[in-house]
Design a protein around this ligand. Structure first.
Ligand code: BTN
Length: 328
């Protein structure tokens, strides 16, 4: 359920250049003018700068430089993604909260965002380090009408969205390492964890967990990953507005998702391959069965990795890891 506060924020942010009178807001939201006034005072306490002009109404001049449900929704132009945001300062893992909400019928497009995670989850049961206010730690709930075996396509779609946003915003050259790592300058800057609740032929919900190292300095990263991980700040030398990055991801994600739903996977596949990390190079592929040398040639229509093995055969890999770092 959208709160009255976020409805006020939405109304004002959709009309940044005009004043909305107390009466108009009162009619639209069916609350009293004195309740509106109280909400405005609360928003000011949160760091919003609100202009109130007699006989004209209210206008937001500036939103606070802090991630919250309201700041992310301020000026956000999406139709369904991020319409409900649950923002918390500290959580164990946004994935856990998202699973609870999704089991409790949360809407498609609901997002859980945290400033800090104490036990962030990575792929393959690894821990994901999520330092306070340094990065984007969020989980998106989706209810796609696709068959469960196609869910990995959404991980690949998410990776292309993150690469697009990083490329546009930072002007750097992001790459995607299959299946879920975003790489800047040969180091991991972001990871995606897709989890789902499904029956044989129907997905109940998917939770897409996104972790991005944004404003870390080198020593904000755990010692053991410093040689393999980076942040956008380390690569660009400047501090990034986390709220704006989140908004950008939402807008780009919504568009990519709707293109995928209407036109299928081929656009994602082409885009993914254009970002593919070290495509055409020899690598080591570890699956739960074995470790073998192979060359990554692309991804298949169903989202599997296509790898050419030493016997010349091109095979699909559905789960595993590719590794160039082991000899470093
Ligand atoms: C990986 O590369 O191993 C995936 C990392 C995914 C991390 C994100 S941070 C937000 C969400 N909550 C979690 O606990 N994990 C994901």
């Amino acid at each position: 359920m959208e709160s009255t506060r976020s409805k006020i924020i939405n109304l004002l942010s959709q009309n940044p250049d005009i004043y909305l009178s107390g009466q108009e807001i009162s009619n639209l939201l069916e609350i009293s003018r004195s309740a509106i006034w109280k909400h405005m005072k609360e928003l000011e306490k949160d760091g919003y700068r609100i202009e109130a002009v007699r006989n004209k109404g209210y206008r937001i001049l500036e939103s606070p430089n802090k991630v919250s449900e309201n700041t992310v929704q301020w000026g956000l132009h999406t139709e369904w993604l991020g319409k409900t945001i649950i923002h918390k300062e500290t959580v164990t893992s946004t994935q856990l909260i998202a699973h609870q909400l999704a089991s409790d019928h949360a809407d498609h497009g609901t997002v859980v965002i945290a400033d800090e995670q104490t036990t962030g989850k990575g792929r393959l049961s690894r821990e994901w380090h999520s330092a306070k206010d340094k990065g984007i730690w969020m989980s998106i709930i989706l209810r796609p009408s696709i068959l469960p075996y196609l869910a990995p396509q959404l991980t690949l779609l998410t990776a292309t969205v993150l690469a697009d946003v990083l490329k546009k915003e930072s002007l750097l050259d992001p790459k995607i390492k299959w299946p879920n790592d975003i790489i800047l300058a040969d180091k991991k800057v972001s990871g995606i964890l897709t989890e789902m609740q499904a029956e044989q032929d129907q997905i109940n919900y998917i939770v897409i967990g996104i972790g991005i190292n944004v404003n870390h300095e080198q020593n904000d990263l755990p010692i053991d990953v410093q040689s393999k991980a980076t942040s956008i700040k380390i690569e660009t030398g400047k501090t990034w507005d986390i709220t704006k990055l989140i908004q950008n991801i939402f807008v780009t994600f919504e568009k990519a998702y709707s293109d995928y739903m209407s036109q299928g996977f081929s656009i994602v596949k082409n885009k993914w391959e254009s970002y593919g990390y070290r495509l055409g190079e020899k690598t080591t592929i570890k699956t739960f069965q074995d470790v073998q040398e192979a060359t990554i040639v692309g991804i298949a229509e169903d989202g599997a990795l296509l790898a050419k093995y030493n016997d010349g055969l091109i095979k699909k890999v559905y789960s595993g890891e590719i590794d160039w770092f082991q000899n470093h």
